[in-house]
Structure formats: C-alpha cells, structure tokens
Design a binder for this molecule. Structure first.
Ligand code: ADP
Length: 751
C-alpha cells in the first residue's frame, strides 16, 4: 500500500530506539504504582513520546513523501502534547496540582495544543503537507518550515521554561537532600530538549540551516533521566503491595497465616523479635507447636470459629517462645476468603501483652499497698471525686460513721452524712477545690465538726480536707481525714459538768463564810488585838478571792455549755464606763496609780448586755491596775465609728511578752515567770471577757510592749436601728455559745 511503502533507513533506527526506551520507561514507572498523580502525569508524557518516536521512525522509513507526511502528521499528536503534559507533571510533582484542577485552567493548558493540532491537520500553517515540497535526505524526508511553526515552538518552549522555573523554585525551597537531588536531575533533564530539541527541530530549520532533527532522541534522554531519578530516590514508589508488605514486616504484632490443616503458611518478622524463632523455620510447622496449653480447646474455641467464617478478637493465650518461655498475647483472627467466599485459611494477629500484664500486676501491687496503708491508718480517710461522690473510704472512717462500704462508696457524701459546725451545715462541695490548683493544698480544716449519718449516729470529728494539684487529671477532688474527737468531747463535757457542779456547791458555803466573817469583823472591832484583826482581814480577803474564782468558774462552765445568755439593750456607753471606772478609783488610789477616764461626751448609744460587758471592763481595768506598779498610770478611753464603739484600757505596766499574746485569751492562761509572781489571778478573766465580746460580735485584742505597758481594746456594736435589727437576728440564734463556738473563737481571735 501507498502509506505502508517502507524502505530501510538506518537513522530511523534512532527513533525506533527512542520508542523502545520510552515504552520500557512506561512499564518501569507504572510498576511503581499509579496512585501518585505525578507518576500518572509522567506516564502521559511518556505516551506522547512513544507516539512521537513511533511515527517519526515510520515517517523516516517511508518510501514516498505522502507516507512520510501521513506518519509525520500522526506524530503531531505526540510532540504537540509533550510540553503541556510535562508542565502538568511538574506542578503535580511539586504538589501544586491544584493550580490546574479546574476545567477552565485545563482548557488554558491544553486548548492551544488542540488548536495547533487542528491547524496542523487541516492547514499547512504548522507543517507543510505538500508532497512536492518534500525532499529526500539522509535521515528520511525533509520539508520546508511552515509559516506558523514558530508560534507552536514558542508556546512549547514557554511551557518547558515555565516548568524549569517552577522546578528551580521548588529546588531552592527544599531542605531534604534526596528531593533536592531528584529535582536537580529533573531541571537538567528538561533543559536538554529545550536547548537541543528546539534548536535541531525548530530554530535551525526556521533559519534554513540543515541539521539532523534530534528532538525525539533528546526528549527521550530527558525522560530517561527523569525516570532514573524517580527510581533512584524512590520518591514516587508508593506501591500498595510494597507498602502492605512493609507494614506487615515492621509491625510489632505477630502475624500468622495458617491453612485449613492449621499449618503455618506465613509469619512476619515479629516472630523473630517477640518469640525468637527464625521465620523460615516456622513456615510449614503446625500452629499447635506455638500455642501453649490445650490445643484442642484452643482449636475448638478459636480456630473452628474462624473456619466457620467468623472473626475472633482479643482472645488471651500464651505462645511458646524459641527458648521455651510463655509469652502472653492477645490473639485475634479472621478467615481468609477467596473471591467466591470460600475459606482457604486464617490470618491471626498476636499482640504481646506481657508488658501490659506486668504493668497490671505492678498497679495491683501498688493498689494493695495503698489499701493496706489506708487500712492501717487509725484516722478515717476518704476520697471524694469532683462530683462529691465517695471514691474510696478506709475502714476506720466506716467504723467511725457506723456505716458499711456499700452504703458510702459511689454515693454523694451529702446523701450519706450530714456535717455541721455549730448551727451551720457544711456541704461536701465546700470540701472541694473551687479552681484548678497550682500546688497541693489543705482546703478546709474544721474542729469539733458534728457528723450525723443517715442511720442516726452522731460523731464529733476534726476534719481536714486536702487536695492535690494532679487531682484534676485523675478525677480526685479531695482527700478527707477524720479524727474522731467524740470521746474527748464527752470527757470535756464531763469536766465542765464537774467544775460547774463543784462551783455551785462551793458558792453557798462561801457566801455564808464571807457573811459570817464580815459580821465577825464588825462585831469584834474593838475586842480583838491587831494581830487577830489582821488574821480576820486575811481570811475575808482570801474568801473573797475564792468567791470570785468560783464565780469565774461558773461563768466559764456556762460559756462552755452554751448556757450564757445575753440581754442586750440600748445603752449609754459613757454611763457603763463611768460606773465601772468609779469602782476602781479606791484601788487605784491605794496603789498610787494615776487613773484617768478620757472625755466620753460624744459617744453614741450601744447595744449591749450591761452586766456582762461591765465584767469585761472591770476585768481589763483590774488587770491594768494589778499589773502596773505604784506610780504608773491607767487610762480608759473610747471612740466610735459608724458601726461600733472601741474601748481602750491603757496601762504603763509590765507589758506582756510577744510569745504569750496568742494564748492570752485562752482558759487558765497566765504569763509565767517573774510577771506571775505576786499577783493572784486565775487566768480566766480574759477568757471570759473574750467570750462575752464574741457574743456581742465584737473583737478584743491587745498591743503590748514589755516594760512599757499594754493597751487592751475591744469593740461593742452601736445601737443604730439597722444594726440592732441585724444583730437581733444574729443574737437570737447565737447568743448562746457552746464549747465548739468558744473554741472556734479561740482559734480566730485577733491580737
Ligand atoms: P488573771 O486572773 O490571771 O489576771 P486574766 O485572764 O485576766 O487572768 O489574764 C491572764 C494573764 O494575762 C494574766 O495572768 C497576766 O499575766 C496577763 N495580763 C493580763 N492583763 C495584763 C496587763 N494589763 N498587763 C500585763 N499582763 C497582763
């Protein structure tokens, strides 16, 4: 046939060689996997090269110009498309394929190629199709350059140059050595057809200089280089099969494939690292050899299920390692089915759980240690989560509360017990931290807290709630320790009862003694000697002191029992102060002490129990005179603000050592040492004074310097209407204070 009129031409063999090269490259790239889009783009480039080289060789082999032109025209399908496809490949390679993802952009990229192809096939503008103008030359056929061939050449080279620019930009951006090398090879490769191919097939023919057209060969050199780089640096070799096999070999889990005869067909590398077997030695062996214990039982339970088509997961069993050790594993298996669904084997995954087991054992041991420790603590200990649920409680706490574990655990604390401090209810939520903690903290510390359980039992405890800063991470709100003080409280109460009873019993005979003594003093004025009189006076003074001690003791026991009541009323403070002040004028005179009451004219009315507050004033003045040497001075003064009146009793006495001040207002406390000598106090006056001031919701404190003197101050509330009504509501439920209350005040008093 006309078009199949071929004659041998050795130059055509070069094109044929290019054809073979490009076909081979297609195979190589495709076998790397087509998942990566750059690979697919490059295969398209190679296909155009195959078309181009095949048609070029046919054209060169052609025996007549018509055939040469025919094959050459088909070749346009190849060479026109090389550049846009290569540009697509470049974008995909640098990960910017998105730039040509829309249809319009693809039309921009490929539109000119289609147009040029159309023009080439329908006109003589791109290449000459007139056989008369064809000329037989040594490499085949040559024809003059068509009028618009330059436009195609310009467009082609622009795309290739654009590819180079993109590649250079990418090269400069990369840090990874292999990517840089690969990109560099791409750059060099694409320069070859740009420089070589365009010159031999384009520029020189346009300039009518006759050379051998080497574009196909040179472009093939490009594709060869690029393929080389791709294979060498393996940047596009993500072949799923290779990947799977890599994964299988690198995972830490043992993978075993068995056949229906339960012989091992495949194992992965993990058998070597986990069990110490050589892979090859296991293949062909019965699976039974690996399984520790009753094989039949395992076969029935696991393998038979797999062969019935089901999967099993998380079966715990032990495998035997090469050195005879048992390795605990978690085993899961699935049937292997062919396309028709029949089962031809089983694939099992065994995960080494020896470490987990060890960890578990460690945790259990730790837990046991913790439990033992908790149980051996005599104090009650319980832990709350952030929802106030009890997550742990030791038996001391259970015993204290008279409850059983199941009555408390996982229950909200408020649903099981009720805690109260005096009259105030304490909620479990109050024991929890309010914000994320920066450090471990004691949140709440309460003494003499009353806890009653739902079963009606009441205990008194000292409670400490502490929280750790990691609490939030482990869901631990607070750890609460309870120290049972019911016994102490009971004892204390017994003590108070005893003191109160004794004081009561002493009171009547003492009154009688004092009465008779005073009668005796008067009756025997004249008949007695001086010495006898002084005996009588001493007896009277001592009995008076005893009487005041008894009164004090009665006051203390009243305070502690909560039996002391206030009768508050609107009172002129000036009057109260003056009255009490006047009582001490003789004593001050006797001791030659300068005794002053400052101007009190503008004082507002106060709301107090006159009698009780009088005790406070008297006590402070008595102390001031008592602990001030002859020649010193005692000054009483008062001032008011919008809420309260503050009264000061200032002396120039011995002063109180700093370390004694915190304990000054406690029961029976007396400053020991030199200061104590010569005075006959009971150590109860300030305690009682503080209790009375507290009941008035006031404060009492002292400022003192050894050798210079002391100033005792206390406040009482104003009688202004709002203040009184507010106070009345407070006093109504708290004018009585018990042991708890007084202790509380002891803890918080101000110095
Ligand atoms: P007492 O009956 O011993 O005076 P108080 O409770 O009134 O009991 O006082 C307790 C102790 O405080 C006293 O023993 C004394 O050591 C010290 N004290 C009280 N007032 C003064 C004062 N104005 N100057 C120095 N020491 C004082």
């Amino acid at each position: 046939m006309y078009l199949l009129d071929f004659t041998f031409n050795s130059y055509a063999l070069l094109s044929l060689f290019a054809l073979v090269v490009n076909t081979t490259l297609i195979y190589l790239i495709a076998s790397q996997g087509l998942q990566v889009s750059a690979n697919r783009w490059f295969i398209f480039v190679l296909i155009t090269l195959v078309v181009w080289s095949a048609t070029e060789s046919l054209s060169r082999f052609s025996g007549n110009p018509v055939a040469a032109d025919f094959w050459g025209s088909i070749g346009s399908l190849g060479w026109i498309f090389v550049a846009p496809l290569f540009f697509g490949f470049t974008l995909s390679y640098i990960g910017k394929e998105g730039l040509i993802s829309t249809v319009s952009k693809q039309i921009m990229l490929f539109g000119p190629a289609v147009l040029f192809l159309f023009l080439d096939w329908t006109t003589g503008l791109i290449s000459i199709h007139d056989p008369a103008l064809f000329e037989k030359v040594y490499y085949g056929w040559s024809s003059p350059t068509a009028p618009f061939f330059w436009a195609v050449l310009l467009w082609l080279d622009s795309l290739l140059v654009a590819s180079v620019i993109v590649l250079v930009w990418y090269y400069r951006k990369q840090d990874y050595k292999n990517v840089r090398r690969q990109t560099l090879i791409f750059i060099v490769a694409v320069l070859i057809p740009i420089l070589g191919g365009s010159i031999t097939n384009g520029l020189l023919p346009i300039l009518k200089i006759e050379v051998f057209p080497a574009a196909v060969i040179l472009t093939s050199v490009m594709s060869l280089l690029i393929t080389y780089a791709m294979l060498k640096y393996r940047l596009f070799s993500i072949n799923p099969a290779t990947v799977v096999s890599n994964i299988v070999q690198t995972i830490n889990e043992i993978l075993i494939v068995t056949n229906p005869a339960h012989r091992i067909e495949f194992v992965n590398d993990a058998v070597e690292s986990v069990l110490g077997y050589k892979k090859e030695k296991l293949v062909g062996q019965p699976f039974q050899n690996l399984v520790k214990g009753d094989w039949e039982e395992f076969k029935n339970r696991v393998m038979d299920q797999v062969y019935s088509g089901e999967s099993v997961s998380g079966v715990e069993l032990s495998l035997v390692s090469a050195d005879g050790q048992n390795v605990p594993v978690s085993f899961s298996a699935n049937p292997l089915k062919d396309s028709k669904g029949s089962i031809y084997g089983a694939v099992g995954v065994a995960t080494d759980i020896s470490k987990i087991k060890q960890l578990f054992a460690d945790i259990t041991a730790e837990r046991n240690k913790l439990t033992t420790t908790m149980e051996s603590i005599v104090d009650g200990v319980l832990a709350l989560d952030f929802d106030t649920k009890v997550i742990m409680i030791n038996s001391a706490a259970l015993k204290m509360l008279g409850l059983k574990g199941e009555q408390v655990l996982e229950k909200k604390l408020d649903d099981v017990i009720s805690m109260s401090e005096g009259n105030e209810r304490l909620r479990a939520a109050d024991l929890l931290p309010k914000a994320v903690l920066k450090e471990d903290t004691i949140l709440v510390q309460k003494n003499d807290l009353s806890i009653s359980t739902l079963l009606g039992r009441e205990v008194f405890v000292n409670l400490t709630s502490s929280a750790i800063k990691e609490g939030n991470e482990v869901g631990l709100g607070a750890i609460i320790t309870l120290n049972d003080v019911s016994k102490e409280k009971e004892l204390e109460e017994m003590k108070i009862d005893f003191v109160s009873m004794a004081a009561h019993e002493l009171r009547t005979p003492l009154t009688a003694i004092r009465g008779y003594l005073s009668v005796l003093q008067e009756e025997t004025q004249k008949s007695m000697t001086k010495e006898q009189k002084s005996f009588l006076d001493k007896a009277f003074i001592s009995s008076s002191q005893l009487a005041s001690l008894v009164e004090n003791l009665l006051s203390v026991s009243k305070i502690e029992k909560g039996a002391m009541k206030l009768e508050q009323e609107e009172t002129d403070w000036k009057e109260v102060l003056e009255e009490n002040f006047n009582n001490f004028i003789p004593l001050a005179k006797e001791k030659n002490i300068k005794f002053t009451l400052n101007n009190l004219d503008d004082l507002p009315k106060v709301f107090v129990d006159k009698f009780r507050v009088g005790e406070v004033i008297s006590n402070l003045i008595a102390n001031a005179i008592n602990y001030t040497k002859t020649g010193g001075s005692v000054t009483v003064s008062a001032e008011a603000n919008e809420k309260e009146v503050t009264t000061h009793v200032k002396d120039t006495g011995q002063g109180i050592p700093e370390r004694a001040i915190p304990k000054l207002f406690t029961k029976f406390f007396r400053v020991s040492g030199v200061l104590e000598q010569g005075s006959k106090g009971t150590g109860l006056g300030l305690y009682i004074s503080k209790a009375i001031v507290d009941m008035h919701k006031g404060r009492i404190w002292v400022e003192s310097k050894i050798g210079i003197g002391s100033t005792f101050s206390f406040t009482v509330p104003l009688a202004s209407i709002e203040n009184r009504s507010a106070l009345q509501s407070v006093t109504n439920d708290s004018t009585t204070i018990g042991v708890g209350g007084s202790k509380k005040s002891r803890r918080y008093f101000k110095t």
